[in-house]
Design a protein around this ligand. Structure first.
Ligand code: SF4
Ligand code: SF4
Length: 417
């Protein structure tokens, strides 16, 4: 698609990036068919092609309206459209460009601003973890709607104390560390069994995704730079990789190189960090043989059938579709066939479930119906947001797949594996 950039965007990095992405789009509309919001709403402007058009118009000088903003807000950033697009259109980065311009041009109501401020400041605050613990204790007394947003307390177990030559940095995650600390300790235990020591850099913080998706570029960049500063000494000491066990954070950290590409101080470091970042699924896919020796066939047999929900940030964002499923199957876990509509978003999408509850809930119900079709004993996934979102309405437990693997390894150890 040819774009005539308006004068105010012609010499800007945003304008040039937007124009180069738009040039690849041939307007075929293949992406529209697989877009969850288009499927729910049936409006071209709530599908990728329509949103691309809206952004093109803004870059060509049209004044964005509240309607423009609403259509862009309704996008889940699931990136399903990228997986479908035959022309390789970099939709997510185009959406960043569009949202940033529209956010500046279209004021939000006081209530909307307050909600967004609370989400990006509250969830990433150091007070979130203690506050969440209080809410977990009071969970049985809370109203149903609030209770559904609070995951039950789980014992994180013991963090391994062994030192190993091979070390990996792990991002605790702002929300995950509070809601599901067991995911981090399970990751550390699994890596420890493979002779890898897990390091948490004390000053690391939110990956920046929350602020980024709420269009607060400067706050997102502040989080990113704080993480780079926190990790850099470890990288200079030679850590093997940075491991991510929340695919929403992983897709963000893998994008640091792009997001800070124009920053004279951080561009190179950001590139290096993105290159060193791996999802735990990528790490463990290379360790199948070693893990097989740590799993007892009797334990694998005793576990029921699991179904895997691949988060969009894993399959469309990080583009490692099937990696976790293949690893679990190779290890001997009973995994049901991919559920119907496995490519579709579950509706969690960061803060989307709070900001767009109707669409989010419709997607959750549809997803759960498909996941529960095979009557699994457990639903496994790879992102804290998806897990808590699905758990809020699921009739079977929803866990991170690393928790499942860690529990099987612990049971196997007791049987002498
Ligand atoms: S599928 Fe790709 S090329 Fe076709 S309209 Fe969608 S983004 Fe454009
Ligand atoms: S990112 Fe997802 S919701 Fe947004 S346009 Fe693409 S497919 Fe639709």
């Amino acid at each position: 698609m040819q774009t005539q950039l308006a004068p105010q965007f012609q010499l800007t990095a945003q304008g040039q990036l937007g124009e180069s992405i738009l040039r690849k789009c041939v307007h075929c509309g293949f992406c529209t068919a697989t877009c969850p919001t288009y499927q729910l709403l049936g409006d071209e402007l709530d599908g990728p092609r329509g949103r691309i058009y809206l952004i093109k118009e803004v870059l060509e000088g049209a004044t964005p309206t509240q309607k423009t903003q609403q259509h862009l807000d309704r996008c889940l950033t699931c990136r399903n459209c990228e997986s479908t697009c035959p022309s390789g259109v970099d939709y997510a980065h185009l959406l960043d460009v569009g949202r940033e311009i529209v956010e500046k041009a279209v004021p939000r109501s006081f209530g909307a601003q307050l909600t967004r401020w609370l989400l990006k400041r509250g969830l990433t605050s150091s007070l979130f973890k203690p506050a969440y613990k209080v809410a977990q204790t009071l969970r049985p007394l809370l109203p149903k709607f609030v209770r559904s947003k609070i995951t039950p307390q789980k014992d994180p177990g013991v963090w391994p104390s062994a030192k190993h030559l091979k070390q990996a940095l792990l991002l605790e995650g702002c929300v995950q560390d509070a809601m599901m600390p067991n995911v981090n300790s399970a990751t550390a235990r699994v890596l420890n069994a493979l002779s890898v020591q897990t390091i948490i850099a004390p000053k690391a913080q939110c990956c920046g995704a929350l602020a980024h998706h709420l269009n607060d570029v400067s706050l997102a960049h502040a989080h990113i730079k704080a993480n780079i500063d926190a990790w850099w000494p470890w990288i200079e000491q030679g850590v093997a990789y940075i491991v991510m066990n929340a695919s929403g954070c992983g897709v963000m950290v893998k994008d640091y190189g792009h997001l800070l590409r124009h920053d004279p101080l951080y561009a190179d470091k950001a590139q290096r960090i993105s290159a060193l970042t791996l999802d735990i699924g990528e790490v463990l896919a290379l360790e199948v043989q070693a893990l097989q020796n740590l799993l007892h066939p009797q334990v694998l047999k005793s576990l029921g059938q699991a179904v895997f929900h691949p988060p969009c940030t894993l399959q469309h964002g990080q583009k490692i579709k099937g990696r976790v499923e293949d690893t679990l199957s190779a290890l001997g876990f009973a995994l049901s066939l991919p559920p119907k509509e496995a490519h579709l978003c579950c509706g969690s999408a960061g803060t989307y479930s709070v900001l767009e509850p109707t669409l989010s809930n419709a997607l959750k119900e549809r997803k759960l119906q498909n996941l529960l079709d095979s009557k699994p004993a457990v639903i496994l996934s790879a992102n804290v947001g998806c897990i808590s979102h699905l758990q809020s309405a699921s009739t079977v437990p929803v866990e991170h797949w690393v928790e499942w693997l860690d529990a099987a390894m612990t049971k196997s150890q007791a049987l002498g594996a």
